[in-house]
Design a protein around this ligand. Sequence first.
Ligand SMILES: [Fe+2]
Length: 246
Amino acid sequence: MFFKQLATRDASLSYFFGCGGLGKAVAVDVVAGDEPWFIDEATKAQVSITHVIDTHVHADHVSGGRKLAELTGAVYCLHENAREFVHFDFESLRDEQVIVAGNVLVRVLHTPGHTLDSACLLVSDKRRSEAPWFAITGDTLFVGAVGRPDLAGREREMAAMLHDTLHAKLLALPADVEIFPGHQAGSACGAGLSGKPSSTIGFEKRWNPALSLPREEFVELLLGQIPPRPADMERIVAVNTGRVAA
Ligand SMILES: [Fe+2]
């Protein structure tokens, strides 16, 4: 398989990976303006982009996902819960669904908490093993931190949901599974993110300060450290939900 991480604007991290042998690729969390980078990388790797996925509807940057999908003929995917608030059609992702990109398998995990439509992607390369090799964790789990729970309101309830999601879906994974988050230090989407753009489940379990806390303490920690809202959030959300044009 091939795998690329793109450190882009607003401390966001995007991903492009797939199966070079069978020529299929997946783009994740594309930021508006980066579409040509993905198209160039696809040309270099001689792959076609079959799926463009946003791990959730973003509030801190305008997504380039729909545009990249249009330009390449790929399907644009969001978790099915996004139907509640998005005004355009998309391919729905469901919990435990598996996307096949040649020899690369992408298992969808629904991981609500940062938002109700948040999903993580558990990736394996059949040429190595069907076991998960890495997880793209969006704004659910960062290196050294977790996603903020307040952007859609009901922050206490969402923080508790995030705790349950993290323990049931991510921390239950084998310790050697790598994690690749949606942001690094400098992002408005969480507090205390590391500037290192990857980690492992095992390292985060031991050293991420939020992950060892019982539910109540986890909720209080998150509510006590809510960062300022992303600049221009109302407009960004209006564009990403299709209420207004970009
Ligand atoms: Fe986010």
